[in-house]
Each structure stands twice: as C-alpha cells, then as structure tokens.
Design a protein. Structure first.
Length: 319
C-alpha cells in the first residue's frame, strides 16, 4: 500500500487504520481521515503522526480540501488536515536543497503556501486552545518560512505547554537550532542533550543525539572551500568519534519498548548513524526494530531514502 504514495509521504509506521485513511484520502474521500483525527483528539502522539502523514497525502488533493473547507469552515480536524497539506505544498515547492541552491521561485512557493498554512492552523488553534496538534503542525511552517527569527521557539513553547515530549515537533525544533537554519552547533547540541536527559528507556526522542551528530556531519560535508572539501576525505571520523554518546542513547532506546507511533522512526535514525559509521552490530539491532519501510527523513539526506535503507539492510546482513 505504501508504494501508492509519492516518495515525500512518509510511511514508516505501524498503523493500518491510518494507512487506510491515507489511501482513501488519496482518492478524494476525506471522511476516514477526518474520523481518525477526531478519534485521536486525546491521543497526542498518534494525532501528531496522523496530521503529518495525512497532510502529506492531502497535498495530492489540495483542491478537494479547499472546497471542503468552504463548506465546513468550523471543522477543526479539516483545518488541521488542510493546514498540514498546505505546509507540504510549500516544502515541495521549495525542494530539499540548501538555501544557496534554491531559486527565488522555489522560495516564493514555500512562502506562499506556508502563509496560507499559518492562517489555517492558527484558526484551528483558536477553535481548540488545548489541542497540541495545531502547534505541532506549525513547526515546519516556522522552520521553513518564519515571520520572525524566534517564531520556531515561540511555537515550540506552545507545544511544550501542552505535551512536552511530542516527537516530530521536537525533532523540528532541533533542526531550527542547527547552524544551517537559525542557530549554532552549540545551541543544537545543548538542546539535544537537555532533551534526552530525563527520558525513559525506549522513548523515540533519544534519537535527538544521533540526529544532532548527523546534522553536524552534514555541515562538514556541505562546505565549499578547497580545504574543507579536502577535509571530507576524513569527515567520517567525526561520526565515529561520537560513538560513546550515541551508543549510550542507543542502549537506552533498545532497553525500552517500541510502543510509540514514532518508535520505528527513532530506530531508523540510529540505524542511519550506524550505517554511516559501519557499525554492523548496532545497525542490526536497530534495523530489526525499524519496520519494513524507509523513513524519507533523514535517510534522504544521503540520497534516495529507499535505496539507502536497502543498503543498510545489505550491510547488516554481511558477516
């Protein structure tokens, strides 16, 4: 079923009801998606996953969502779905390249759609002030096209007021603290280390540690100067030097249950780190709990996410 979606639709989860709602939405039937969103009002972790996934699928039927919103402007779940779809449209307009390689036209598409998404999601937040979902859905808006530099921090503060350990919102906040966005390496690592300090074993947010190191590694790979290009020959040493900290977080994730909607994703983040460092024992451990489908992020940092996931499985199978 997952192969029926575009590559930007992330299907790295175990939730048959959600997958079926996404398939119905793809063909213009909104009701299963809206019913699922209504049913998850008091399940914030599953609700966050559902809004992200269904919003990505909703980009395929954006005119249908806009027509439905005209007919049902007070349907908060429809607003969540529409706002997330508008955000996806903006990010698809921008593309995945670094800012220096992104055209003004691409930025224009991002700004246009995220402005619409911001209005839609703020309406949803006003209609249900206690719901964390609109604020979580605003994180990629504030990351991609903020109205002011501190918007991501302000939106995330609203998330934390309601649910302090929401997974995708927190990972997006980590991205916003990175040097390639609005922060610095020091700020990013401080956020990641503080974020995992009190987590129970098995919590998906333990993946903050490897993803922070992957972001730092990518910053080394992306520099343009001759000396830094020369440095790329030995940059893989950077990741290997972080093994003690990442292994400690890995131990904590592996020690707990995989009970959260984003558990598979967390294992894939660790798997990507161990694939890059060629650490086969830990790669096997995390791939064994990663599910059968590749997450588009962060595998896509290094090429086609399905191909990289397959490469990791081939490496793990080697003696």
């Amino acid at each position: 079923m997952a192969s029926q979606f575009p590559s930007y639709v992330d299907t790295a989860f175990h939730d048959e009801e959600l997958m079926n709602a996404g398939l119905a939405l793809k063909y213009g039937d909104l009701e299963p998606a809206l019913a699922l969103l209504a049913a998850t009002r008091d399940q914030p972790y599953r609700r966050e996953l559902a809004v992200d996934f269904l919003g990505a699928v909703g980009n395929m039927v954006l005119p249908v969502l806009l027509n439905a919103e005209e007919e049902r402007p007070e349907d908060v779940n429809l607003l969540l779905l529409l706002g997330s779809a508008q955000t996806t449209a903006g990010w698809q307009s921008r593309g995945a390249a670094y800012a220096k390689d992104t055209s003004d036209e691409q930025f224009g598409g991002l700004i246009n759609f995220t402005q619409r998404a911001r209005r839609t999601l703020h309406r949803a937040a006003e209609m249900d002030p206690d719901d964390v979902a609109p604020w979580a859905a605003l994180m990629p808006v504030a990351l991609g096209a903020p109205t002011h530099r501190s918007e991501a921090a302000e939106v995330y503060a609203e998330v934390v007021k309601r649910v302090p350990d929401l997974v995708n919102a927190t990972l997006r906040r980590l991205q916003s603290t990175a040097a390639k966005w609005y922060g610095s390496h020091d700020e990013m690592f401080a956020f990641a280390r503080a974020g995992v300090a009190g987590l129970p074993d098995g919590h998906p947010l333990l993946a903050l540690i490897p993803i922070a190191h992957i972001e730092r590694y990518l910053s080394l790979l992306s520099a343009d100067s001759f000396l830094v290009r020369l440095w790329r020959v030995i940059t893989s040493r950077y990741l290997r030097k972080q093994r003690a900290e990442v292994d400690a977080a890995s131990d904590r994730l592996l020690a707990g249950p995989d009970g959260q909607p984003h558990s598979l994703w967390a294992h894939q983040i660790f798997a990507m780190y161990y694939h890059e460092t060629k650490t086969k024992d830990r790669l096997r451990s995390h791939l064994g709990r990663s599910g059968p489908r590749a997450a588009s992020w962060p595998w896509g940092y290094f090429g086609d996410h399905d191909e990289r996931f397959e490469q990791a499985h081939r490496m793990a199978a080697l003696d």
